[in-house]
Design a protein around this ligand. Structure first.
Ligand code: SAM
Length: 308
C-alpha cells in the first residue's frame, strides 16, 4: 500500500529514514518489509514565486490565512492519480485532514487498509480553500472533535492506524482483530477450558511491535486465550505482566490459574466494566451476549431500547 503525504512541513515526518514516525516500531517494520511505502511531498515545491507562497488572505475577511488551491492541484497532478470518478474502483483515495471531516474510526482504518493508494493532504492555518475538498479530494476526515494546528499529526495517526492492519505487519494475524473496537470473538469450544499440551499460552512469541514477549504467532487454538477477548466493538481488557505484585497490588488471581475458560470470562467482564466506565456509548452498538447483558445490568447499566 502506498501513502503520499502533502504537507508544508515535510520534516515533521522525519528527515532521515530512521527518524520520526516513519522510522519507529510497526510503521518502520512495514516500510522496511515493503508492505507499505510512504512518500512525503513539500507543497512549497509546487509554487512559482520567489517566496514559495502556499497561503493567502481569506475572501470575505477574517482571521488567519488559507492554503491556496493551486499548489495542491499541481502536487496532485504530479502524483499521476486516476481521474476522480475512477479513483474508487482503482483503490485510490485522496483524503483531506480536516476538523470538519467525517470522524476517522477503527472501521475507517479497516476500509483504508483495503486500498492500494492513499494521498493525505495536511491543512494549516485557517484551513484549505474549500474548492480543494469539493473538486480535488475524495473525502474529508477528522481524527476527533478538537482543533489541531495542522493536519500532519492527523495524517500520522491515519497512517499508523492503517499500516498496522495490513496483512503481515503485526506479529500475530489476530492481533488487530481482537483489540479495542475489533471484530467479534467467536465463542470458545465447549470443552476448551484448558490448553492442550504443547500449546503456548503466553509470553513466548513476538509482540505487535516485533519485540520478543508478545503473543505467539501462527494458528490460534480455541482453548488458548487470545491477545484479547474484548472485541466486538467494546474496549480491550486490562493487561498485566510481571511482577505478580506491584506496589502492593497483585495481578488478578484468575490470570495465573491456568483455567483458560475462566480467563476468557474474566477478560470479557473486565472489558465490559472498563467500557461501561470509560466509553458507555460503545455499548449501544457492540455485539453483546445474554451473559454480557446480565453482567452489565449487575453493574447498573440500563440498556437503551429503540422506541421503534
Ligand atoms: N478553521 C478550521 C476549523 O475550525 O475547522 C481549523 C483549521 S486547523 C487550525 C488547521 C489544519 O489542521 C486543518 O486544515 C486540518 O488539516 C488540521 N486539523 C485540525 N484539526 C483536525 C482534526 N480534528 N482532524 C484532522 N485534521 C485536523
Amino acid at each position: 500500500m502506498r501513502f503520499d503525504i502533502l504537507t508544508i512541513f515535510p520534516e515533521f515526518f522525519g528527515a532521515l529514514p530512521d527518524q520520526g514516525i516513519l522510522g519507529h516500531g510497526v510503521v518502520s517494520r512495514a516500510l522496511r518489509a515493503g508492505i507499505a511505502s510512504a512518500h512525503i511531498h513539500d507543497l512549497r515545491s509546487f509554487t512559482h514565486d520567489r517566496h514559495r507562497t502556499v497561503d493567502d488572505r481569506p475572501f470575505g475577511g477574517g482571521e488567519g490565512m488559507v492554503l491556496k488551491p493551486q499548489p495542491i492541484h499541481e502536487a496532485l497532478e504530479a502524483l499521476n492519480l486516476p481521474p476522480r470518478p475512477q479513483r474508487q474502483e482503482s483503490g485510490t483515495a485522496v483524503i483531506l485532514l480536516s476538523a470538519q471531516g467525517r470522524r476517522f474510526t477503527q472501521s475507517t482504518a479497516r476500509q483504508m487498509a483495503g486500498l492500494q493508494r492513499v494521498v493525505l493532504l495536511c491543512g494549516r492555518y485557517e484551513g484549505v480553500d474549500e474548492r480543494v475538498a469539493e473538486m480535488l479530494c475524495d473525502q474529508e476526515l477528522s481524527i476527533g472533535d478538537y482543533v489541531l494546528s495542522g493536519g500532519e499529526l492527523a495524517a500520522a495517526i491515519l497512517l499508523d492506524a492503517t499500516v498496522r492492519l495490513l496483512p503481515g505487519v503485526l506479529g500475530h494475524a489476530d492481533s488487530s482483530r481482537y483489540e479495542s473496537f475489533g471484530e467479534g470473538d467467536p465463542a470458545p469450544a465447549e470443552n476448551a477450558s484448558t490448553a492442550p499440551a504443547g500449546v503456548p499460552t503466553s509470553g513466548s512469541g513476538v509482540g505487535n511491535d516485533g519485540q520478543p514477549g508478545g503473543e505467539p504467532s501462527g494458528e490460534h487454538h480455541p482453548a488458548v486465550p487470545r491477545s484479547t477477548h474484548a472485541s466486538s466493538g467494546i474496549l480491550d481488557y486490562p493487561h498485566y505482566t510481571r511482577p505478580a505484585e506491584f506496589l502492593g497490588r497483585p495481578v488478578p488471581e484468575v490470570l495465573s490459574s491456568g483455567d483458560h475458560l475462566a480467563i476468557r470470562r474474566w477478560r470479557r467482564r473486565a472489558a465490559l466494566a472498563k467500557t461501561l466506565a470509560n466509553r458507555p456509548d460503545l455499548l449501544q452498538t457492540a455485539e453483546l451476549s445474554d451473559d454480557d447483558r446480565s453482567y452489565l445490568a449487575s453493574l447498573g447499566y440500563i440498556e437503551q431500547t429503540s422506541p421503534w
